[in-house]
Design a binder for this molecule. Structure first.
Ligand code: HEC
Length: 255
């Protein structure tokens, strides 16, 4: 009996290890994959700013269009840029993994299942975490993924973000309390020092939409499952009533 108990405990170890949460991220977001407008905006950002490097191999344009309520002609005209890609194709990119590895040192990962690995807080924080850093080969760094090889393709939208020193009455990232002033001081504060085409709040909303879209592509069937759930419950309820009536009918003769 003891042996079996140990075996069971060992069998559970990988699940416990996998369930271990990632370290806390500087920003957090609550995804809402029922917000189709947010998903549509997210997809638009994705095909414009990310799809030149990151594929979504496990997702088809057609499936996305149906789930997000985008008509086929709109999708073909505005969201499929490569002439080699068709409506029913998977969301490939033109770049060969070998090429991109030569250019960036690391191949940009496929992002279909990325949310399942790292979670939405991570993606959201990563997208908000780029800042200018002259010590890096591309002049850019990221406060979530140190020395990230990804160029900051979002800079025209966000503006130039830099890591600066700042003071605050409240605790913040990497801050220490100065006993003289009673304020928290940190030299790891990210601040937009030259504006981009979006206001900071607007940029955060755009990154919310983009992250929301990446949550959806990781679990496209969840949208369908959610739509189906009430129907299944109604079915179970009606079936339960019928089963109960039948049971009453059968047992009437037994008593
Ligand atoms: C010019 C090519 C390029 C573009 C465009 C690009 N990326 Fe990347 N991305 C990369 C590379 C290269 C890496 C690998 C970084 C590393 O591991 O150091 C990466 C990594 C990532 C990662 C994983 C980070 C990690 O922790 O491993 C995410 C998430 C990501 N990119 C999201 C995006 C999103 C969203 C967009 C669109 C706004 C985008 N990328 C646009 C090249 C690109």
């Amino acid at each position: 009996m003891k042996k079996q108990l140990f075996a069971l405990l060992f069998a559970l170890v990988p699940f416990v290890a996998l369930a271990a949460p990632l370290p806390e991220q500087p920003h957090s977001m609550t995804p809402d994959i029922n917000d189709k407008e947010s998903l549509q905006r997210g997809m638009q950002l994705y095909v414009n700013y990310c799809m030149s490097c990151h594929s979504l191999e496990h997702q088809r344009f057609s499936r996305t269009a149906e789930d997000l309520g985008i008509p086929q002609d709109l999708m073909e005209e505005n969201l499929i840029f490569s002439s080699e890609l068709a409506y029913n194709d998977q969301m490939h990119i033109g770049m060969q993994p070998g090429d991109s590895e030569n250019w960036f040192g690391v191949a940009p990962p496929d992002l279909t299942l990325f949310n399942r690995i790292k979670g939405s807080d991570y993606i959201y924080s990563y997208l908000l975490g780029f800042y200018r850093d002259p010590s890096q080969p591309l002049g850019v760094n990221n406060n979530v993924l140190e020395a990230s090889a990804m160029p900051n393709v979002l800079e025209p939208l966000q503006g130039v973000q830099e890591m600066v020193c700042a003071e605050s009455d409240r605790p913040m990232d990497g801050a220490e309390l100065d006993p003289l002033t009673g304020k928290y001081q940190s030299c790891e504060v990210l601040q937009v020092t030259r504006p981009g085409s979006m206001e900071p709040e607007e940029f955060e909303e755009a990154m919310y939409d983009l992250t929301n879209f990446l949550v959806y592509v990781g679990e496209p069937s969840r949208l369908q499952a959610q739509a189906m759930a009430p129907k299944v419950l109604i079915f179970i309820f009606i079936f339960g009533v019928i089963a109960y009536l039948l049971k009453r009918e059968y047992w009437r003769d037994v008593h």
